[in-house]
Design a protein around this ligand. Structure first.
Ligand SMILES: [Zn+2]
Length: 284
């Protein structure tokens, strides 16, 4: 009698276990079906985005698709480029520190910032002939700028630096002033927050012609000269007209960034902003 009881108990336990296994298994099956369906759906949407783009990141898939829904008129290449830049998020969100300190190809924008204590190596004073007061640039940029300004002078044009390297704290003073005068939203359209200014790289110049204020530079002959020649010395117009939604800044005819001759030439030919060029050809 006692034996029978133990047998029955054993059978009962085995049955309970089998039932549990079946139930759990079924659940796992269902889960698989769901993820498979989702993946299929995404892949079919994805057919509209060219996966052969070198800088396509599978882990950004959902972001590409969301962006595509919002901006269906953009090409696949533009969608991938812009999402990689972080443009599917508001400016100054999802920011990250630059990992390219002291490189000529460093990207600094509203998503990539420099440390508070970052001072580039090889900062050197620009010749007084070409600067309104004591200003510094990284050696390579300074050499190239002086060659450019010397050539312009020979041809009868004056190119003068009115701002170059700016420290984090100097930028903080500027931005805080603008923000208290105009409010943050307006200040953000023309001034970088501290750490996000390209001027902190030591690779940037703001210029005038020694006669008109720098923000009238577009009206000068020197501007036309720069349009035709800046790339030959490795400089690019960093915040072009009609690219505000990519660069995050109003058009600045006076702000030039040193990137080296080869890249400057490619950027001029491609009509891309440095941000886009960076994502497509420079980012690892
Ligand atoms: Zn500037």
């Amino acid at each position: 009698m006692k034996k029978l009881f133990w047998y029955l108990l054993l059978i009962f336990v085995v049955l309970v276990m089998l039932t549990l296994i079946l139930v759990v298994d079924k659940k796992v099956d269902n889960k698989d079906e769901v993820t498979q369906d989702q993946t299929k759906e995404k892949l079919s949407l994805l057919n509209n985005i060219d996966k052969k783009i070198d800088y396509f990141h599978y882990n950004y898939l959902d972001r590409y698709l969301d962006y595509q829904k919002k901006y269906s008129y953009l090409s696949d290449i533009d969608i991938v480029t812009r999402v990689n830049l972080g443009l599917d998020q508001p400016f100054y969100q999802n920011t990250k520190p630059s990992n390219e300190l002291n490189k000529i190809t460093i990207l600094v924008n509203k998503y990539t910032y420099l440390p508070e204590d970052y001072v580039p190596n090889n900062l050197i004073k620009i010749s007084d002939h070409f600067s309104s007061s004591t200003r510094e640039l990284v050696y390579e940029a300074k050499e190239s700028f002086e060659k450019m300004a010397t050539q312009a002078k020979k041809e009868g044009y004056t190119i003068r630096v009115v701002s170059a390297y700016r420290s984090y704290y100097y930028q903080k003073g500027l931005y805080d002033n603008y923000a208290s005068r105009d409010g943050i939203d307006i200040a953000d359209t023309y001034s970088a927050r501290p750490g996000y200014s390209e001027h902190q790289t030591g690779l940037v110049i703001d210029i005038d012609n020694g006669k008109l204020d720098f923000n009238h530079f577009e009206e000068t002959e020197e501007f036309t000269w720069m349009e035709n020649n800046a790339h030959l010395y490795g400089f690019i117009l960093r915040y072009p007209k009609d690219k505000e939604e990519i660069t995050g800044y109003d058009y600045e005819a006076w702000h030039y960034r040193y990137v080296g001759k080869e890249i400057a030439k490619s950027i001029k030919e491609s009509n891309l902003t440095f941000d886009e060029y960076y994502v497509r050809y420079l980012e690892n």
